[in-house]
Design a protein around this ligand. Structure first.
Ligand code: TYD
Length: 138
């Protein structure tokens, strides 16, 4: 189990009169090395996803199109982050309970992760997550 973290980051815009460009590089503007990328799109109306936390996984979530809200909970903090621009990212590390909701029709949520998919890294029961919060309390 690693220390939980949920933090918004702003990316440097490399735009010019042709349009915008954002570059993300291992360890430079992302706090970890990327091993996996996945994306969530064509999400149906009123669908919420997630409802889990991770033990060790570090992830960076970016709405490269449209918008989505990410409800996060850890160590008595409960906060919803709105991802509504490709130059904003949400870093999620370790045991943060999160729910992805209010997907706009055109939403494409890209997620960069520091490890391969591993079901053993998931905490899918809220009660088990709650127990980890007691263990990782500072
Ligand atoms: P799931 O964990 O339900 O997605 P979310 O929590 O974001 O709503 O994932 C859906 C399915 O896809 C599930 O069977 C696991 C699988 N999956 C992979 O095989 N690889 C991956 O990188 C991810 C994120 C999911």
């Amino acid at each position: 189990m690693i220390k939980p973290k949920a933090e918004l980051v702003n990316f440097n815009l490399l735009g010019d009169d042709r349009g915008s460009l954002i570059s993300l590089e291992n360890s430079r503007n992302i706090g970890f090395d990327i091993k996996r990328m996945y994306y969530i799109y064509s999400t149906k109306k009123n669908i919420s996803r997630g409802f889990h936390a991770h033990k060790k996984l570090k992830q960076l979530l970016i709405a490269v199109s449209g918008s989505v809200d990410i409800y996060c909970e850890y160590q008595n903090k409960k906060q919803t982050y709105s991802l509504n621009s490709p130059n904003i990212g949400l870093v999620l590390e370790g045991p943060v309970w999160h729910i992805m909701q209010n997907f706009s029709e055109n939403a494409v949520l890209v997620v960069l992760a520091d490890d391969f998919y591993d079901e053993n890294d998931y905490i899918r029961e809220y009660e088990s997550f709650y127990m980890t919060q007691i263990q990782t309390k500072e």
